[in-house]
Design a protein around this ligand. Structure first.
Ligand code: SF4
Length: 332
């Protein structure tokens, strides 16, 4: 089967079965690059289902690149709250400002220029150029890797055959319809060639797949598992006489910079604090962090930060972890 025929089969399937997503246009129409930019940043490490309501709220408040560039980062965080991976929100805001200031609001369209913007890695650059500008880029994410490995029955560990996967994926890409092709192959991975129980009888590549019906099908792709590091620590809910709670803006560089939080540390900070016997766990990319919740009374801020009423916490962007902390404590 030639590459052209495989991509034609896939594009036909996509015309009939592709998902209608709020950021998507079909049939070679030109999308708004800003819409693609926001959706691509939100979709990094997050599922489509989770992203849709966040995307819709975000676009209502920041409908174009100007409105995002002119906004305050803290407000952007508020609209990102709950999506996690806040570095993406920072990078998106920064990118919007660079596009407005350095490119007069016109999106750059070369790999070299886009790679200089914050938050773009090889995957995001390829998907952005393919989806926003129909450029002949090949998008390779987890879905595409799974499909390629199954289609050609590649059973070696994926990290050992990245070049081979890339070559095969590039070879299949329909350069003339790069945008629709990228969306189509992602939909195939999300709807049909799913990790467990793939729906091979509905797959447009069913007749050409070398793994179909083989007993090891679900074991492909052969991915190396990355074990998570476990960490423990303490988080402090500090109240003053007015029953206000202390929060601080995180300044330490890292994933949560710029967000508000209750003081926390891997080592005890306040020996007189009371242990609530409540623990909360949160999984970051490769770390599982468990915090023991402790309470404390102080009338003067223990460090740089402010006391706020509990019902005003929603005015401050809190990380998902800190929201979990306050929610579990309020429910106790
Ligand atoms: S036939 Fe089955 S395993 Fe092969 S690509 Fe299609 S859905 Fe995936």
């Amino acid at each position: 089967m030639s590459k052209t025929n495989l991509s034609t089969l896939l594009l036909k399937w996509y015309d009939l079965n592709g998902r209608d997503l709020p950021w998507r246009v079909k049939g070679g129409a030109h999308p708004d690059p800003y819409v693609i930019l926001v959706s691509e940043f939100m979709l990094q490490q997050t599922t489509v289902k989770t992203v849709i309501p966040y995307f819709e709220r975000f676009m209502q408040r920041f409908p174009n690149i100007e409105s995002l560039a002119q906004s305050d980062l803290e407000e952007v965080y508020l609209y990102w709250q709950g999506l996690g991976y806040y570095t993406r929100a920072r990078s998106l805001h920064n990118t919007a400002q660079i596009i407005m200031n350095d490119y007069k609001g016109n999106f750059p369209q070369t790999k070299q220029e886009i790679l200089k913007l914050k938050g773009f890695g090889p995957y995001t650059v390829a998907s952005f150029l393919a989806l926003a500008f129909n450029q002949p880029e090949t998008v390779i994410d987890g879905n595409v890797t799974r499909i390629i490995c199954r289609l050609y029955h590649l059973t070696e560990p994926t990290d050992k055959i990245t070049d081979k996967i890339r070559r095969l994926a590039e070879d299949l890409t329909d350069s003339a319809h790069a945008s629709d092709y990228a969306s189509a192959i992602m939909d195939l991975g999300a709807l049909i060639c799913i990790p467990k129980n793939p729906l091979c009888n509905q797959c447009p590549w069913n007749n050409y797949c070398q793994s179909k019906n083989l007993p090891d099908l679900e074991k492909i792709p052969n991915k190396t598992k990355i074990s998570k590091t476990e960490k423990n620590g303490f988080v402090y809910l500090i109240f003053n006489n007015k029953k206000q709670i202390f929060i601080r803006k995180r300044t330490e560089p890292g994933l949560l910079t710029g967000l508000y939080e209750f003081p926390w540390s891997e080592t005890p900070l306040y020996p007189n604090a009371l242990n609530t016997n409540l623990n909360i766990s949160h999984v970051f990319t490769h770390i599982k962090l468990t915090l023991n919740i402790q309470t404390l009374h102080k009338n003067i801020p223990p460090t740089e930060g402010i006391f706020v009423n509990i019902n005003e916490l929603s005015n401050y962007p809190l990380s998902t972890l800190m929201k979990k902390v306050i929610n579990i404590w309020l429910k106790k």
